[in-house]
Design a protein around this ligand. Structure first.
Ligand code: LMR
Length: 395
């Protein structure tokens, strides 16, 4: 039955962790998979999360099923965090939200919904985009079209090229946008550019499909949702995938949500029923533990305040690391890396060739994806001098 199946290569991002673990070099540096790390290189359980878990453990009386849409309080939290209290789409009850197994589950569920609703829909994705967007959306059978986004020579968004490509999108197409902390480039749309995309979507009739996996890692919870809120305000429909992997550090708990904004409250109910039916045929219902933590942390004032403090600390540490990296590279090399300070979130491209990336791995045990994307959070005061020297050596 399975004899014909060939062995596949490791995942381009997740596979890096295994190579890093197997490397005996004590100086090794892991800038691969996008997980937050402390100065000591640990990915901590947030204190707000530990406390919520302790409460949940003492209080729980059953492991019976939740509901197909997940935990109501977590879905409410997802809506409030993304759209903001009092947003018109919430007042008008035009949003269908379901809890999903992580942001990936939301993306795939959305892709299946789009396929069911419009089998000929095309999804425009940025060049580059997160590597896993391609299988998550493409494997649902949707056609993907690339639009130019990051200009490697300028180390910045080429907005004119993006806008001009998207002017060829047609009604019924979807355009995948990163709400903040663009993965892999770290280069985000500014407020005027978001507004310009809203106008283009209105004019051409395409639907924004926003992936918000890093809310709070850019400028803050509210600021990072600017694009989502602006587009939802001005357009009849919108698809949104969110994740708690990074901002609550719930990676392995697979906590996320899919929200679909529809033209009317009754249409939102129809969409909700369709999404639930698709989910039932894929995985039946989402895992509860991570979402119960989301619910608790969002609704308990003390835990909420603690979480926001911890989130601010993670964001500020990454911003500081960006400055430190630019300063350390300026000491070691003539090349201008100051663009890293203008970017946001966990990732930036160093702008190295894949040969240089291979040398960093083989000669210096410094791990990053082949396109020279680095996870800034993997840097620490202790590995920075070694890292900057290693980068300068391969330039
Ligand atoms: C990343 O981009 O490194 C993270 O989002 C982890 C993943 O699943 O790829």
């Amino acid at each position: 039955m399975f004899n014909e199946l060939p062995l596949l290569p490791a995942d381009p991002i997740l596979g890096l962790s295994a190579s890093y673990k197997a490397d005996p070099n004590p100086l090794k540096v892991d800038l691969g998979v996008g997980v937050y790390k402390t100065e000591a290189g640990l990915t901590p359980v947030l204190a707000a999360v530990s406390q919520a878990e302790a409460q949940l453990l003492t209080e729980q009386t059953s492991k019976s099923y939740t509901s197909p849409a997940g935990i109501d309080g977590a879905n409410f939290a997802s809506q409030q965090l993304a759209f903001g209290t009092g947003h018109r789409v919430l007042i008008e009850q035009r949003v269908a939200t379901v809890q999903t197994p992580g942001g990936c589950g939301a993306l795939r569920l959305a892709a299946e919904l789009i396929k069911k609703s419009r089998p000929d829909a095309r999804i425009w994705v940025s060049t580059p985009t997160w590597a896993n967007h391609i299988p998550l959306l493409g494997n649902a059978g949707l056609e993907l079209i690339e639009y130019p986004y990051y200009d490697f020579a300028q180390h910045a968004i080429d907005f004119d090229a993006m806008h001009s490509a998207l002017s060829h999108a047609r009604a019924g197409d979807l355009v995948l946008l990163h709400a903040c902390c663009h993965n892999p480039s770290g280069a985000d749309l500014n407020r005027e550019q978001w507004q310009s995309i809203a106008e283009l979507a209105h004019q051409k009739g395409f639907t924004p499909f926003i992936d918000m996996a890093y809310q709070g890692f850019g400028e803050g919870i509210e600021q990072d949702a600017f694009g989502v809120r602006t587009l939802a305000e001005q357009l009849p429909e919108l698809v949104l995938a969110t994740s708690y992997s990074k901002n609550l550090g719930l990676y392995r708990e697979r906590a996320g949500s899919l929200s679909v904004v529809s033209q009317s409250a009754s249409q939102a109910q129809a969409v909700q029923s369709q999404v639930l039916s698709i989910a039932r045929g894929l995985y039946s219902m989402p895992p509860a533990h991570g979402a119960a933590i989301v619910d608790r942390v969002y609704h308990d004032d003390t835990l909420n305040a603690l979480w926001l403090e911890e989130l601010t600390a993670m964001r500020q540490r990454i911003q500081q690391l960006r400055q430190d990296l630019v300063a350390a590279l300026a000491q070691e090399s003539e090349r201008d890396f100051s663009f890293i300070q203008r970017e946001q979130g966990m990732f930036s491209f160093l702008g190295l060739s894949s040969g240089q990336v291979q040398r960093l791995k083989q000669e210096f045990s410094v791990y990053m994806t082949d396109n020279s994307r680095i996870n800034i959070a993997g840097i620490s005061a202790s590995n920075l001098p070694y890292l900057a020297r290693a980068i300068s050596k391969v330039l």
